[in-house]
Design a protein around this ligand. Structure first.
Ligand code: ME8
Length: 503
Protein backbone atom coordinates (compact mmCIF):
# COMPACT_ATOMS: atom_id res chain seq x y z
CA UNK A 1 0.00 0.00 0.00
CA UNK A 2 1.28 3.46 -0.86
CA UNK A 3 2.18 5.53 2.17
CA UNK A 4 1.76 9.25 2.70
CA UNK A 5 3.37 11.32 5.43
CA UNK A 6 2.37 14.93 6.07
CA UNK A 7 3.46 17.27 8.86
CA UNK A 8 2.65 20.71 10.25
CA UNK A 9 5.23 22.86 11.99
CA UNK A 10 5.28 22.15 15.69
CA UNK A 11 3.97 25.25 17.36
CA UNK A 12 5.53 27.34 20.09
CA UNK A 13 3.70 27.21 23.39
CA UNK A 14 4.78 30.58 24.76
CA UNK A 15 1.29 31.88 24.09
CA UNK A 16 -2.17 30.61 23.16
CA UNK A 17 -2.87 29.14 19.71
CA UNK A 18 -4.28 31.43 17.02
CA UNK A 19 -5.89 31.18 13.62
CA UNK A 20 -2.54 30.82 11.81
CA UNK A 21 -1.86 27.61 13.74
CA UNK A 22 -5.33 26.35 12.93
CA UNK A 23 -4.73 27.18 9.25
CA UNK A 24 -1.68 24.99 8.70
CA UNK A 25 -3.18 22.21 10.81
CA UNK A 26 -6.35 22.18 8.74
CA UNK A 27 -4.35 22.27 5.50
CA UNK A 28 -2.41 19.20 6.60
CA UNK A 29 -5.66 17.57 7.63
CA UNK A 30 -7.17 18.21 4.19
CA UNK A 31 -4.21 16.45 2.59
CA UNK A 32 -4.27 13.59 5.10
CA UNK A 33 -7.98 12.98 4.61
CA UNK A 34 -7.70 13.14 0.84
CA UNK A 35 -4.87 10.61 0.76
CA UNK A 36 -6.86 8.29 3.01
CA UNK A 37 -9.69 8.60 0.50
CA UNK A 38 -7.22 7.46 -2.15
CA UNK A 39 -6.70 4.33 -0.08
CA UNK A 40 -3.17 5.22 1.02
CA UNK A 41 -1.66 4.53 4.40
CA UNK A 42 -1.39 7.98 5.95
CA UNK A 43 0.62 9.38 8.82
CA UNK A 44 -0.27 12.92 9.84
CA UNK A 45 1.90 14.56 12.47
CA UNK A 46 1.46 17.77 14.41
CA UNK A 47 2.60 18.91 17.84
CA UNK A 48 4.33 21.50 19.94
CA UNK A 49 7.80 23.03 20.14
CA UNK A 50 8.25 23.45 23.86
CA UNK A 51 11.89 24.31 24.47
CA UNK A 52 13.73 27.58 24.01
CA UNK A 53 13.86 31.01 25.50
CA UNK A 54 10.31 32.34 24.74
CA UNK A 55 8.76 29.45 26.66
CA UNK A 56 11.32 29.83 29.46
CA UNK A 57 10.65 33.57 29.67
CA UNK A 58 6.88 33.14 29.61
CA UNK A 59 7.19 30.68 32.48
CA UNK A 60 9.36 33.10 34.42
CA UNK A 61 6.86 35.93 33.95
CA UNK A 62 4.14 33.70 35.29
CA UNK A 63 6.23 32.49 38.21
CA UNK A 64 6.01 28.82 37.25
CA UNK A 65 8.63 26.35 36.04
CA UNK A 66 9.05 25.94 32.27
CA UNK A 67 7.71 22.40 32.53
CA UNK A 68 4.61 23.59 34.39
CA UNK A 69 4.12 26.31 31.80
CA UNK A 70 4.36 24.01 28.78
CA UNK A 71 2.21 21.34 30.41
CA UNK A 72 -0.50 23.93 30.84
CA UNK A 73 -0.14 25.49 27.40
CA UNK A 74 0.04 22.27 25.43
CA UNK A 75 -3.53 21.50 26.45
CA UNK A 76 -4.75 24.51 24.49
CA UNK A 77 -2.89 23.35 21.38
CA UNK A 78 -4.23 19.83 21.73
CA UNK A 79 -7.67 21.33 22.16
CA UNK A 80 -7.23 23.34 18.96
CA UNK A 81 -6.24 20.22 17.06
CA UNK A 82 -9.32 18.43 18.38
CA UNK A 83 -11.65 21.32 17.67
CA UNK A 84 -10.59 21.80 14.07
CA UNK A 85 -11.30 18.07 13.59
CA UNK A 86 -7.71 17.31 12.68
CA UNK A 87 -7.29 13.60 12.05
CA UNK A 88 -3.67 13.55 13.17
CA UNK A 89 -2.10 10.19 13.94
CA UNK A 90 0.18 11.56 16.62
CA UNK A 91 0.83 14.74 18.59
CA UNK A 92 4.49 15.20 19.39
CA UNK A 93 5.81 17.34 22.23
CA UNK A 94 9.50 18.16 22.13
CA UNK A 95 9.56 17.58 25.87
CA UNK A 96 8.67 13.90 25.30
CA UNK A 97 11.52 11.86 26.80
CA UNK A 98 11.55 9.67 23.67
CA UNK A 99 12.04 12.72 21.47
CA UNK A 100 14.82 14.17 23.65
CA UNK A 101 16.70 10.89 23.67
CA UNK A 102 16.58 10.67 19.87
CA UNK A 103 17.72 14.29 19.48
CA UNK A 104 20.74 13.47 21.61
CA UNK A 105 21.50 10.36 19.58
CA UNK A 106 21.25 12.31 16.35
CA UNK A 107 23.60 15.11 17.29
CA UNK A 108 26.00 12.72 19.00
CA UNK A 109 26.32 10.96 15.65
CA UNK A 110 27.09 14.23 13.89
CA UNK A 111 29.58 15.14 16.63
CA UNK A 112 31.31 11.77 16.41
CA UNK A 113 31.74 12.08 12.66
CA UNK A 114 33.26 15.55 12.97
CA UNK A 115 30.31 17.65 11.79
CA UNK A 116 30.07 19.59 15.07
CA UNK A 117 32.81 21.68 16.73
CA UNK A 118 33.19 24.28 19.52
CA UNK A 119 33.68 27.99 18.77
CA UNK A 120 33.01 31.30 20.49
CA UNK A 121 30.46 33.50 18.83
CA UNK A 122 29.11 37.03 19.00
CA UNK A 123 25.96 38.01 17.18
CA UNK A 124 22.60 39.75 17.19
CA UNK A 125 19.94 37.38 18.40
CA UNK A 126 16.15 37.72 18.11
CA UNK A 127 14.81 35.46 20.79
CA UNK A 128 11.30 35.48 19.30
CA UNK A 129 12.66 34.01 16.05
CA UNK A 130 15.30 32.04 17.97
CA UNK A 131 17.72 33.11 15.26
CA UNK A 132 20.82 35.23 14.74
CA UNK A 133 20.58 38.19 12.38
CA UNK A 134 23.16 40.11 10.45
CA UNK A 135 22.98 43.89 10.70
CA UNK A 136 22.05 44.16 7.02
CA UNK A 137 19.00 41.92 7.44
CA UNK A 138 17.43 44.08 10.13
CA UNK A 139 14.73 46.70 9.55
CA UNK A 140 15.96 49.88 11.17
CA UNK A 141 17.95 47.79 13.63
CA UNK A 142 14.86 45.72 14.43
CA UNK A 143 13.81 42.15 13.66
CA UNK A 144 11.89 42.25 10.34
CA UNK A 145 9.38 39.72 11.67
CA UNK A 146 8.82 40.86 15.22
CA UNK A 147 9.69 44.55 15.18
CA UNK A 148 11.82 44.10 18.30
CA UNK A 149 15.50 44.89 18.80
CA UNK A 150 17.73 41.82 18.82
CA UNK A 151 20.19 41.41 21.69
CA UNK A 152 23.95 41.11 21.36
CA UNK A 153 24.82 37.59 22.44
CA UNK A 154 28.31 36.29 23.04
CA UNK A 155 28.82 32.64 23.87
CA UNK A 156 30.95 29.60 23.31
CA UNK A 157 28.74 27.31 21.25
CA UNK A 158 28.81 24.12 19.27
CA UNK A 159 28.67 24.70 15.54
CA UNK A 160 27.35 22.47 12.80
CA UNK A 161 29.42 22.38 9.61
CA UNK A 162 26.59 23.59 7.43
CA UNK A 163 29.11 24.97 4.93
CA UNK A 164 30.25 21.43 4.19
CA UNK A 165 26.81 20.59 2.78
CA UNK A 166 26.18 23.65 0.61
CA UNK A 167 27.18 21.96 -2.66
CA UNK A 168 25.21 18.79 -2.05
CA UNK A 169 22.23 20.84 -0.98
CA UNK A 170 22.38 22.96 -4.09
CA UNK A 171 22.65 19.84 -6.23
CA UNK A 172 19.59 18.41 -4.51
CA UNK A 173 17.67 21.55 -5.37
CA UNK A 174 18.77 21.43 -9.01
CA UNK A 175 17.81 17.78 -9.29
CA UNK A 176 14.46 18.23 -7.52
CA UNK A 177 12.77 21.32 -8.93
CA UNK A 178 9.64 20.50 -6.92
CA UNK A 179 11.50 20.13 -3.60
CA UNK A 180 10.04 23.45 -2.43
CA UNK A 181 6.60 24.46 -3.65
CA UNK A 182 5.59 26.78 -5.17
CA UNK A 183 8.12 28.05 -7.70
CA UNK A 184 8.72 31.45 -6.08
CA UNK A 185 9.44 29.78 -2.73
CA UNK A 186 11.79 27.35 -4.44
CA UNK A 187 13.67 30.29 -5.95
CA UNK A 188 13.79 31.97 -2.56
CA UNK A 189 15.09 28.80 -0.91
CA UNK A 190 17.72 28.30 -3.56
CA UNK A 191 18.87 31.88 -3.16
CA UNK A 192 19.60 31.24 0.55
CA UNK A 193 22.04 28.57 -0.54
CA UNK A 194 23.41 30.38 -3.57
CA UNK A 195 24.60 33.15 -1.27
CA UNK A 196 26.92 30.64 0.46
CA UNK A 197 26.35 28.93 3.79
CA UNK A 198 28.13 29.59 7.04
CA UNK A 199 28.36 27.07 9.84
CA UNK A 200 25.63 27.59 12.42
CA UNK A 201 25.56 27.51 16.15
CA UNK A 202 23.49 24.55 17.31
CA UNK A 203 23.75 24.89 21.08
CA UNK A 204 23.09 27.51 23.73
CA UNK A 205 25.20 27.96 26.84
CA UNK A 206 23.07 30.51 28.67
CA UNK A 207 19.78 28.67 28.39
CA UNK A 208 18.82 25.77 30.61
CA UNK A 209 15.44 24.93 29.07
CA UNK A 210 16.25 22.46 26.31
CA UNK A 211 17.72 19.09 25.48
CA UNK A 212 21.18 18.79 27.11
CA UNK A 213 24.06 18.37 24.67
CA UNK A 214 25.03 14.75 25.44
CA UNK A 215 28.81 15.29 25.60
CA UNK A 216 28.55 18.70 27.33
CA UNK A 217 25.45 18.93 29.53
CA UNK A 218 26.23 22.57 30.40
CA UNK A 219 24.78 23.44 26.99
CA UNK A 220 21.37 22.73 25.49
CA UNK A 221 20.62 21.90 21.86
CA UNK A 222 19.51 24.90 19.80
CA UNK A 223 15.74 24.86 19.78
CA UNK A 224 15.46 24.74 15.97
CA UNK A 225 17.63 21.65 15.73
CA UNK A 226 15.57 20.06 18.49
CA UNK A 227 12.32 21.09 16.75
CA UNK A 228 13.18 20.06 13.17
CA UNK A 229 14.13 16.60 14.35
CA UNK A 230 10.54 16.03 15.48
CA UNK A 231 9.66 14.99 11.95
CA UNK A 232 11.74 11.86 12.28
CA UNK A 233 11.86 11.22 16.01
CA UNK A 234 8.05 10.96 16.13
CA UNK A 235 8.08 8.05 13.70
CA UNK A 236 10.33 6.21 16.11
CA UNK A 237 7.90 6.15 19.00
CA UNK A 238 4.42 7.14 17.81
CA UNK A 239 3.38 3.58 17.08
CA UNK A 240 3.92 0.23 18.65
CA UNK A 241 6.72 -0.42 16.20
CA UNK A 242 9.17 1.96 14.56
CA UNK A 243 7.37 3.64 11.63
CA UNK A 244 10.42 5.30 10.09
CA UNK A 245 10.89 2.72 7.37
CA UNK A 246 7.26 2.94 6.41
CA UNK A 247 6.83 6.70 6.31
CA UNK A 248 10.20 8.41 5.88
CA UNK A 249 10.87 10.44 3.76
CA UNK A 250 7.92 12.72 4.45
CA UNK A 251 5.80 13.60 1.44
CA UNK A 252 5.03 17.12 2.63
CA UNK A 253 6.22 19.40 5.36
CA UNK A 254 3.66 22.23 5.40
CA UNK A 255 4.63 25.59 6.83
CA UNK A 256 4.24 29.33 6.64
CA UNK A 257 6.85 31.36 4.82
CA UNK A 258 8.32 32.63 8.12
CA UNK A 259 10.13 29.35 8.70
CA UNK A 260 11.14 28.40 5.18
CA UNK A 261 14.83 29.09 5.75
CA UNK A 262 15.12 26.62 8.62
CA UNK A 263 13.34 23.93 6.61
CA UNK A 264 15.00 24.70 3.31
CA UNK A 265 18.59 24.87 4.50
CA UNK A 266 19.28 23.62 8.02
CA UNK A 267 16.92 20.66 7.99
CA UNK A 268 18.03 19.09 4.71
CA UNK A 269 21.68 19.70 5.60
CA UNK A 270 21.18 17.90 8.93
CA UNK A 271 19.61 15.00 7.07
CA UNK A 272 22.40 14.90 4.49
CA UNK A 273 24.94 14.84 7.32
CA UNK A 274 23.11 11.91 8.89
CA UNK A 275 22.91 10.08 5.55
CA UNK A 276 19.13 10.19 5.54
CA UNK A 277 16.77 10.85 2.66
CA UNK A 278 15.37 14.36 2.34
CA UNK A 279 11.63 15.07 2.54
CA UNK A 280 9.96 14.94 -0.88
CA UNK A 281 8.40 18.41 -0.68
CA UNK A 282 8.21 21.47 1.50
CA UNK A 283 4.99 23.33 0.83
CA UNK A 284 5.09 26.94 1.92
CA UNK A 285 1.84 28.82 2.37
CA UNK A 286 1.30 32.53 2.87
CA UNK A 287 0.09 34.51 5.83
CA UNK A 288 -3.44 35.10 6.92
CA UNK A 289 -3.62 38.83 7.41
CA UNK A 290 -6.03 40.94 9.36
CA UNK A 291 -5.96 44.60 8.58
CA UNK A 292 -3.04 43.99 6.22
CA UNK A 293 -0.48 42.62 8.69
CA UNK A 294 0.54 39.12 9.56
CA UNK A 295 -1.23 37.99 12.66
CA UNK A 296 1.23 37.13 15.34
CA UNK A 297 1.33 36.58 19.04
CA UNK A 298 4.00 39.21 19.50
CA UNK A 299 1.90 41.85 17.74
CA UNK A 300 -1.31 40.90 19.52
CA UNK A 301 -3.54 41.26 16.41
CA UNK A 302 -4.93 37.73 16.57
CA UNK A 303 -8.34 36.31 15.72
CA UNK A 304 -9.42 33.66 18.18
CA UNK A 305 -10.17 30.46 16.23
CA UNK A 306 -12.05 29.00 19.20
CA UNK A 307 -14.52 31.87 19.20
CA UNK A 308 -15.03 31.62 15.43
CA UNK A 309 -15.66 27.87 15.55
CA UNK A 310 -17.90 28.16 18.56
CA UNK A 311 -20.09 30.70 16.82
CA UNK A 312 -20.14 29.35 13.25
CA UNK A 313 -19.11 25.72 13.50
CA UNK A 314 -15.87 24.02 12.61
CA UNK A 315 -16.70 23.26 8.96
CA UNK A 316 -17.61 26.86 8.17
CA UNK A 317 -14.26 27.88 9.57
CA UNK A 318 -12.35 25.21 7.63
CA UNK A 319 -14.20 26.14 4.46
CA UNK A 320 -13.51 29.84 4.82
CA UNK A 321 -9.77 29.28 5.31
CA UNK A 322 -9.36 27.67 1.87
CA UNK A 323 -12.08 29.52 0.03
CA UNK A 324 -11.08 33.04 0.89
CA UNK A 325 -7.31 32.86 0.54
CA UNK A 326 -5.44 31.27 -2.37
CA UNK A 327 -3.38 28.57 -0.71
CA UNK A 328 0.25 29.54 -1.03
CA UNK A 329 -0.36 33.28 -1.04
CA UNK A 330 -1.05 35.87 1.63
CA UNK A 331 -4.67 36.83 2.07
CA UNK A 332 -6.80 39.03 4.22
CA UNK A 333 -9.36 37.39 6.47
CA UNK A 334 -12.13 39.22 8.23
CA UNK A 335 -15.36 38.52 10.04
CA UNK A 336 -17.29 40.38 7.34
CA UNK A 337 -15.79 38.35 4.55
CA UNK A 338 -16.45 35.22 6.54
CA UNK A 339 -20.13 36.02 7.09
CA UNK A 340 -20.64 36.88 3.44
CA UNK A 341 -19.26 33.57 2.24
CA UNK A 342 -21.07 31.69 4.95
CA UNK A 343 -24.42 33.06 3.83
CA UNK A 344 -23.96 33.03 0.09
CA UNK A 345 -22.06 29.79 -0.32
CA UNK A 346 -22.58 27.48 2.63
CA UNK A 347 -26.12 28.46 3.59
CA UNK A 348 -27.51 29.23 0.10
CA UNK A 349 -25.55 27.28 -2.44
CA UNK A 350 -24.85 24.10 -0.50
CA UNK A 351 -27.21 23.90 2.48
CA UNK A 352 -30.21 25.06 0.57
CA UNK A 353 -29.46 22.77 -2.35
CA UNK A 354 -29.37 19.74 -0.07
CA UNK A 355 -32.60 20.60 1.70
CA UNK A 356 -34.37 21.28 -1.59
CA UNK A 357 -33.23 18.03 -3.17
CA UNK A 358 -34.15 15.95 -0.13
CA UNK A 359 -37.50 17.72 0.16
CA UNK A 360 -38.32 17.11 -3.51
CA UNK A 361 -37.42 13.41 -3.31
CA UNK A 362 -39.67 13.12 -0.27
CA UNK A 363 -42.48 15.04 -1.83
CA UNK A 364 -42.46 13.52 -5.30
CA UNK A 365 -40.99 10.05 -4.71
CA UNK A 366 -41.89 9.23 -1.10
CA UNK A 367 -38.31 9.69 -0.01
CA UNK A 368 -36.89 7.01 -2.30
CA UNK A 369 -34.12 7.89 -4.75
CA UNK A 370 -35.49 7.01 -8.20
CA UNK A 371 -33.63 5.18 -10.96
CA UNK A 372 -32.34 7.40 -13.76
CA UNK A 373 -33.80 6.84 -17.20
CA UNK A 374 -30.61 7.37 -19.19
CA UNK A 375 -27.31 9.19 -19.49
CA UNK A 376 -26.85 12.47 -17.70
CA UNK A 377 -25.58 15.75 -18.95
CA UNK A 378 -23.87 16.15 -15.56
CA UNK A 379 -21.72 13.03 -15.99
CA UNK A 380 -19.23 14.94 -18.10
CA UNK A 381 -18.95 17.73 -15.55
CA UNK A 382 -18.39 15.13 -12.82
CA UNK A 383 -15.64 13.46 -14.83
CA UNK A 384 -13.98 16.82 -15.41
CA UNK A 385 -14.25 17.60 -11.68
CA UNK A 386 -12.57 14.30 -10.86
CA UNK A 387 -9.69 15.18 -13.19
CA UNK A 388 -9.30 18.69 -11.77
CA UNK A 389 -9.45 17.54 -8.13
CA UNK A 390 -6.68 15.05 -8.79
CA UNK A 391 -4.59 17.62 -10.59
CA UNK A 392 -5.01 20.32 -7.95
CA UNK A 393 -4.48 18.03 -4.98
CA UNK A 394 -1.33 16.60 -6.51
CA UNK A 395 0.23 20.07 -6.26
CA UNK A 396 -1.45 20.99 -2.95
CA UNK A 397 -3.58 23.66 -4.63
CA UNK A 398 -6.21 23.34 -1.91
CA UNK A 399 -8.09 26.51 -2.80
CA UNK A 400 -8.03 25.62 -6.51
CA UNK A 401 -9.50 22.25 -5.65
CA UNK A 402 -12.24 23.78 -3.53
CA UNK A 403 -12.98 26.29 -6.27
CA UNK A 404 -13.49 23.45 -8.76
CA UNK A 405 -15.79 21.58 -6.36
CA UNK A 406 -17.75 24.75 -5.83
CA UNK A 407 -18.16 25.16 -9.57
CA UNK A 408 -19.86 21.77 -9.52
CA UNK A 409 -22.11 22.77 -6.60
CA UNK A 410 -23.16 25.78 -8.65
CA UNK A 411 -23.88 23.67 -11.69
CA UNK A 412 -26.22 21.55 -9.55
CA UNK A 413 -28.04 24.70 -8.46
CA UNK A 414 -28.39 25.74 -12.09
CA UNK A 415 -29.67 22.28 -12.91
CA UNK A 416 -32.44 22.64 -10.33
CA UNK A 417 -33.53 25.93 -11.86
CA UNK A 418 -33.23 24.78 -15.48
CA UNK A 419 -35.05 21.50 -15.02
CA UNK A 420 -37.69 22.87 -12.60
CA UNK A 421 -38.73 19.56 -11.02
CA UNK A 422 -41.83 21.24 -9.52
CA UNK A 423 -43.12 21.74 -13.08
CA UNK A 424 -42.26 18.20 -14.16
CA UNK A 425 -44.13 16.91 -11.11
CA UNK A 426 -47.34 18.45 -12.39
CA UNK A 427 -47.24 16.46 -15.62
CA UNK A 428 -47.82 12.73 -15.21
CA UNK A 429 -46.28 11.86 -18.61
CA UNK A 430 -42.98 13.49 -17.59
CA UNK A 431 -42.46 11.19 -14.60
CA UNK A 432 -39.41 9.62 -16.26
CA UNK A 433 -37.82 13.03 -16.69
CA UNK A 434 -38.50 13.84 -13.05
CA UNK A 435 -36.88 10.55 -11.97
CA UNK A 436 -33.87 11.44 -14.06
CA UNK A 437 -33.48 14.93 -12.57
CA UNK A 438 -33.98 13.81 -8.97
CA UNK A 439 -31.43 11.05 -9.40
CA UNK A 440 -28.98 13.47 -10.99
CA UNK A 441 -29.30 15.94 -8.15
CA UNK A 442 -28.88 13.28 -5.47
CA UNK A 443 -25.93 11.78 -7.31
CA UNK A 444 -24.37 15.21 -7.84
CA UNK A 445 -24.69 15.92 -4.12
CA UNK A 446 -23.15 12.58 -3.24
CA UNK A 447 -20.17 13.34 -5.45
CA UNK A 448 -19.82 16.79 -3.86
CA UNK A 449 -19.90 15.18 -0.43
CA UNK A 450 -17.02 12.85 -1.36
CA UNK A 451 -14.84 15.61 -2.78
CA UNK A 452 -15.74 18.03 0.00
CA UNK A 453 -14.86 15.50 2.66
CA UNK A 454 -11.26 16.66 3.21
CA UNK A 455 -12.42 20.26 3.60
CA UNK A 456 -15.66 19.95 5.55
CA UNK A 457 -15.75 16.41 6.91
CA UNK A 458 -18.76 16.74 9.19
CA UNK A 459 -20.90 18.29 6.49
CA UNK A 460 -19.77 15.66 4.01
CA UNK A 461 -20.81 12.81 6.28
CA UNK A 462 -24.11 14.54 7.01
CA UNK A 463 -24.88 14.98 3.29
CA UNK A 464 -24.21 11.29 2.75
CA UNK A 465 -26.44 10.40 5.70
CA UNK A 466 -29.30 12.44 4.25
CA UNK A 467 -28.86 10.54 1.00
CA UNK A 468 -29.20 7.26 2.87
CA UNK A 469 -25.46 6.50 2.88
CA UNK A 470 -23.46 5.84 5.99
CA UNK A 471 -20.41 7.93 5.18
CA UNK A 472 -18.19 4.94 5.93
CA UNK A 473 -14.78 4.53 4.33
CA UNK A 474 -16.19 2.88 1.22
CA UNK A 475 -18.64 5.70 0.62
CA UNK A 476 -15.86 8.23 0.91
CA UNK A 477 -13.33 6.71 -1.45
CA UNK A 478 -12.29 8.93 -4.35
CA UNK A 479 -12.73 6.01 -6.74
CA UNK A 480 -16.33 5.75 -5.63
CA UNK A 481 -17.01 9.35 -6.64
CA UNK A 482 -17.43 8.36 -10.30
CA UNK A 483 -20.81 9.29 -11.78
CA UNK A 484 -23.46 6.62 -11.37
CA UNK A 485 -22.11 5.23 -8.10
CA UNK A 486 -25.32 6.06 -6.24
CA UNK A 487 -27.63 3.07 -6.18
CA UNK A 488 -31.31 3.99 -6.74
CA UNK A 489 -33.78 2.76 -4.15
CA UNK A 490 -32.12 4.24 -1.07
CA UNK A 491 -34.11 6.44 1.27
CA UNK A 492 -33.32 10.05 1.98
CA UNK A 493 -33.75 11.47 5.44
CA UNK A 494 -34.43 14.78 7.05
CA UNK A 495 -32.20 16.77 9.33
CA UNK A 496 -31.44 20.21 10.66
CA UNK A 497 -30.50 23.01 8.33
CA UNK A 498 -26.80 22.48 7.46
CA UNK A 499 -25.84 26.13 7.79
CA UNK A 500 -28.39 28.41 9.41
CA UNK A 501 -28.45 31.75 7.66
CA UNK A 502 -26.91 34.64 9.60
CA UNK A 503 -28.79 37.91 9.91
O1 ME8 B 1 7.68 28.83 14.09
N1 ME8 B 1 -0.90 32.95 8.77
O2 ME8 B 1 6.21 28.02 15.65
P1 ME8 B 1 5.04 29.10 15.60
C1 ME8 B 1 -0.69 31.69 8.39
N2 ME8 B 1 8.01 26.37 16.55
N3 ME8 B 1 -0.01 30.80 9.12
C2 ME8 B 1 0.49 31.20 10.28
C3 ME8 B 1 0.32 32.52 10.75
C4 ME8 B 1 -0.42 33.42 9.92
N4 ME8 B 1 -0.68 34.67 10.26
N5 ME8 B 1 0.93 32.62 11.94
C5 ME8 B 1 1.45 31.39 12.21
C6 ME8 B 1 7.38 28.04 14.96
N6 ME8 B 1 1.20 30.54 11.22
C7 ME8 B 1 8.31 26.89 15.27
C8 ME8 B 1 8.19 25.84 14.20
S1 ME8 B 1 8.79 23.48 13.09
C9 ME8 B 1 10.04 22.38 13.20
C10 ME8 B 1 9.07 24.66 14.35
C11 ME8 B 1 1.58 29.12 11.16
O3 ME8 B 1 4.16 28.79 16.74
C12 ME8 B 1 2.52 28.84 10.00
O4 ME8 B 1 2.48 27.49 9.70
O5 ME8 B 1 5.58 30.46 15.47
C13 ME8 B 1 3.84 29.20 10.61
O6 ME8 B 1 4.93 28.66 9.88
C14 ME8 B 1 3.70 28.57 11.99
O7 ME8 B 1 2.31 28.81 12.33
C15 ME8 B 1 4.61 29.17 13.02
O8 ME8 B 1 4.25 28.71 14.27
Amino acid sequence: MKSFYVTTPIYYVNDVPHIGHAYTTIAADVLARYHRQLGEEVFFLTGTDEHGSPAARAAERRGVTPQEHVDEMVVKFQELVRQVDASNDFFIRTTDAEHCRRVQEFIQRLYDQGDIYLKSYRGLYCSSCEAFYQEKDLDDGKCPDHGTEPELVEEENYFFRLSRYADRLERHYREHPDFVLQQSRYNEALSFIGGGLEDISISRATLKWGVPVPWDPEQVVYVWVDALLNYITALGYAGEEDLTGRFWPADYHLMGKDILKFHAVIWPAMLLAAGMELPRHLFVHGYLLMGGRKMSKTRGNVLDPFAVMEKYGVDAFRFYCFREVTFGQDGVVSLNGFETRYNSELANELGNLLSRVVAMIRKYREGVIPAPGGDSSLAGAAAELSRVVEEKMSVVDLSGCLEAIWGFVRSLNRHVEASAPWKLAREEERAGELDQVLYELAEGLRICAVYLHPFIPRTSVEILRRLGLEGQDGDLSIDGAAWGGLAPGGSVSDGDVLFAKLD
